[in-house]
Design a protein around this ligand. Sequence first.
Ligand code: ARG
Length: 564
Amino acid sequence: MNDQAAVVKALLPVLGDTLDEATIQKLIEVPKTSNLGDYAFPVFTLAKTYRKAPQLIAKELVEKIDASQFEKIQAAGPYINFFLDKPQFSHDLLHEILTTADHYGDADLGKKGNVPIDMSSPNIAKPISMGHLRSTVIGNAIANILRKVGYNPIKINHLGDWGTQFGKLIVGYKKWGSEEAVKADPITNLLKYYVRFHQEDQENPELDDEAREWFRKLEAGDDEATKLWSWFREVSLKSFMKIYDMLGITFDSYNGEAFYNDKMAEVVQLLEDKNLLKESQGAEIVDLSAYDLNPALIKKSDGATLYITRDLAAAIYRKRTYDFVQSVYVVGNEQRDHFKQLKAVLKEMGFAWSDQIHHVPFGLITQDGKKLSTRQGRVILLEKVLNDAVDLARQEIDKKNPDLPNKEAVAKDVGIGAVIFHDLKNDRLNNFDFNLEEVVRFEGETGPYVQYTNARAQSILRKAGATELDAAADYTITDASAWEVLKALGNFPQMVVRASKEYEPSVIAKYALHLAKTFNKYYANTKVLVDDAEKPARLALVASVSQVLVQSLSLLGVNAPKEM
Ligand code: ARG
C-alpha cells in the first residue's frame, strides 16, 4: 500500500456516506511544511452536509479515525493532518517493492482491453523527421505505460505509403532517376526526385498532369506503377527499420494508408447511405459546420480518395479487428483539426465509439528557436543525431570511466537513451529546442543523470555484497533523512496511473528525475555502508531506488546499464 492510499483507507469508513473514494483521493493535499503532517485533508466540502463549522467537523472526525497506521492524526483548523508512521511505512514499502519487483506499481485499470496506438507513421520516400521521432518515442512510452496499468496496447505504424505524391515520385524517378541511385541511397535520392519535381513543375505544368495520370494508374492497379510503388516502399521501410532498431522500438503492425485501399468503397457507401455526402465543386464532402469545423473532403473531383477517407477506413477496421476500448493517435498538434474532423464524421456515421478515439498531440522540435523545414534546408537527420549522441556518450565515458567493460554497449544505451529521455521529459505539448550537447550531459535534468544515479546505486550494492536481499529482514528506517526518498518511492504507483490517464510520459520522466535527485541528496549526507542495525534497511532502500529508476526508464523505452 502506498502512503496516500493509507490516508484514503483511514478516511473512508468515517466519511463513507458523504464522499466516495475517488473524491477523497482528489481532496487530499500535501502540506507545504512537514510540521503540518505528510498529508492533509480539508473538510470545507463537508460543512453543508454536516451543518457545522469546518473546525468542529475536523475535530470530531479526528476522534473517529483509526490512527493505528499513523504516527498521529491532528485537527488543525479546517484541516485534518496525517503524520505517517515512518518506521512502519518504510518497512512495509521496502518489502513491497522488493517482493513485487518489476510488478511494483502494476494496476488493472485496463482489464486487458485492446488499445491500438497509431504512432511513428513516417512517409515513404521521405526522411523520418524529428516529428516522427517524437511520435515514435511518445507512442512507445504510452504503450509501455498502458500495458503496466493493465491494457493491451497494439503499436501500429500507419505508414504514409499512398497519395498523389506517388504520382510525382514516379514521374521524377522516370525522368531523372536510376535504379542504382535508389539502391545506393534510397531516401536521399527519392527525396531529390520529389524536390526536383516541385521545382520544375512551376515552369512546366504538364508535369502535374503526368503525375496525376501515374497516380490514377497506381490506384487502378497498373503493373508498372504498382511495381515501382512497392519497391519505393520496401527500400524506404528498410532504412526506417535501421532507426527503429537503434531506438529499440518495434511495432505490431505496419498497415499504412495503402492497406485501406480496398476498404474505402465501403466507407463512401456508408456515408452515402446516411446521406452525409454533399457535392461541392465536383468533390464529395461531409459538412461539419455543426461542429464548427471545415468540411471533411472525402473524394476529389477526379475520384481520388484522401487522407481522411483512409483514416475513416482505418478507424472502422481497427474497431472491427481489435474491438478497442480506446484508440490512440500520437500525431503532431498541427493535425489537431484533422482528428477533430475524423471523430466528428464517425459520430455522424452513428458510431458511438467515436468517443473512444483520442488524438494525443505533441509540440514541435525547433533549432535555435526556429521551426525545422525540409524546403529551407533546416533538417535534422535522425540517424546522424543518434550516431552523434552515441559518440558524445562514448567520449564522456572515456573521460569518467575509461576501463568500463562493454563500453560500446553502454555508450549506445546512454546516447540513445539521452535522446529519448530529452524528448519525453517535457510536457508533450511544449515545443522544445534541440541541442545535442545539452541532451547528452551527465548532470542536470537528463537521461544520463538518471542512468548514472542507478549505476551509482548498483555500485553501492556491489560494494556491500548485497546483490541478494533477504525478504524476511527488518527494513525499518528511523533516520529522518531517508524520508523524502521513501515518500518518492511510495508515489510511483500513482505516477504511473496519472501518466496513463493523461497519456503523458513526462510524468514518469519528471518523477525519475525527482527520485534520482532526492536519492543523491540522501546519499551525500548518509553513510549507507556503516555497520549498524539499520544497514540492511538502508541497502534495501538503495536496491528499491535502483529498481524503481530502472522501471521508470524502461517505461520510457530507455535502458539502464548497471555500470557507466
Ligand atoms: N504520415 C502522416 C504524417 O507524416 C502521419 C500519419 C498519422 N496517422 C494517421 N492515422 N493519420 O504527417
